[in-house]
Write a protein of this length. Structure first.
Length: 124
């Protein structure tokens, strides 16, 4: 069994001003992908560096969490801090997966080139 934790980073979703569609979509994709994949945790947090960092560290220290997926907080505003925050605690970046994700996203929308996301290994 492979355990996933999904984190949506969004001020508006955390205040219930917007409905999170990305987190539930990731949850469904994982469920549909493989019968050995399970979502162990799913949360929505605001674009707050300390909250995000604390939760990522806590999840990375869990022995049952094999993969943490974050969505949101990757735009160009000053509040979009997800990549920069994960960079502070990663063990190793995996740029090839990031490039593949950007390439696939560009097939959907040219706006994908404005996203600043990354794929990382966390210690633990």
């Amino acid at each position: 069994m492979y355990g996933f934790a999904i984190l949506t980073v969004s001020d508006r979703c955390s205040r219930n001003e917007n409905v999170d569609t990305s987190g539930p979509l990731l949850r469904q994709l994982i469920k549909d992908c493989h019968d050995q994949f399970t979502v162990l945790d799913y949360q929505i947090v605001p674009d707050d560096k300390n909250i995000l960092k604390e939760l990522l560290i806590r999840w990375s220290n869990r022995s049952d969490v094999d993969c943490i997926l974050t969505t949101g907080g990757t735009g160009l505003t000053s509040r979009d801090i997800t990549p920069e925050t994960t960079d502070e605690i990663i063990e190793k970046e995996v740029p090839g997966i990031s490039l593949a994700l950007i390439s696939a996203s560009l097939l959907v929308t040219p706006m994908a080139m404005l996203s600043s996301f990354n794929v990382n290994f966390f210690p633990g």
